[in-house]
Design a protein around this ligand. Sequence first.
Ligand SMILES: NC(=O)c1ccc[n+]([C@@H]2O[C@H](COP(=O)([O-])OP(=O)(O)OC[C@H]3O[C@@H](n4cnc5c(N)ncnc54)[C@H](OP(=O)(O)O)[C@@H]3O)[C@@H](O)[C@H]2O)c1
Length: 333
Amino acid sequence: MLMKAIIITILCTLPAVFCVRCYQCASSQDSKGEDNCGAYKRFDKESHIAVECFSDESHMPGSFCMKLTQQGPKGFISIMSFREKVVIVTGASSGIGAAIAVKFAEQGASVVLTARNQARLKEVADKCGNYGAKHCIIIADLTKKDEIGKIVATTVERFGKIDVLVNNAGIAGRASIWEANAMELYDTIMATNLHAVVYLTSLAAPHLIKTKGNIVNISSIAAVNVIKPEQFAYCTSKAGLDHFTRSAALDFASKGVRVNSINPGPVETNIAQCLGDRQGEFWNMMQKMTALGRLSDSEEIADLVLFVASDKAKAITGSSYITDNGLLLKRGA
Ligand SMILES: NC(=O)c1ccc[n+]([C@@H]2O[C@H](COP(=O)([O-])OP(=O)(O)OC[C@H]3O[C@@H](n4cnc5c(N)ncnc54)[C@H](OP(=O)(O)O)[C@@H]3O)[C@@H](O)[C@H]2O)c1
């Protein structure tokens, strides 16, 4: 016991580590408020990963610790820390983009939130602020080139660099090719879902090369399968996005920058707003189309984005990750 106390005291004085009682037992305190197991871990201060565990074999090095410092998120810290990273999220005012921005903030990133709706962006930015994350709102319409330029310029001016670019903003819309509004819809969808991504990527490229950062594009299962009629514009934009992902990944590879896409199936967000009252009906139908009989929520997509953007995914580039509750599987696609 005396020996253990001496070891803990020595370890706690080392600059790179700190010691805490084993978090696995934090909830099982006895009546005196003492931990039951008495195990101690030594944590790397940067990664918050246990580098050594003593007193009990069941608490292995390599597991995570509780956040004990004052900065950043409270509670569980994952291995995908984004502290000191600057992340741009387009379409951060709603749905999947909002969830992505908040998750990055939770993991310590400085987050740049961009979209058109200022009030909604402010709400999401406040959530990011709750995690102590630095953040910045940029109001920009991605169909306008000068406004896309503003995103990169403001980010670099404010934070000095770009580590991760998440091209998430996107719109859907229905029309068959022969309908009167088809070409107008096509132009708007292509401008938002594809041209803006290519343009923003090109402007961000020198900064991503400097940081050896990475890009995550939010595509769709519509890139690989035409799920419903009247979706030619959306499907074409997402198929183009997947191919752009692969092409850019090859170009960027020699510079140490990775590019990937995430291809969700149905995720209940505002994207179906154009359907008005029929939104509920639409999501019910989509749910029935999945093999797992469920819709995803935006946080599930955000989790995958963070993984792909993290160093854990350092070997992954030019990939498209389908997360669709087995919708394509059920269709035999
Ligand atoms: N939900 C799904 O089932 C699903 C499935 C597969 C893929 N996706 C993809 O996921 C991405 C996010 O969609 P979501 O479901 O989260 O939809 P959402 O809730 O409607 O969010 C779309 C976001 O894009 C932004 N946006 C749209 N047009 C823009 C423009 N011209 N300039 C700047 N920002 C613009 C919107 O912001 P403002 O309106 O404030 O500008 C909003 O933040 C999209 O690329 C979508 O294609 C969604």
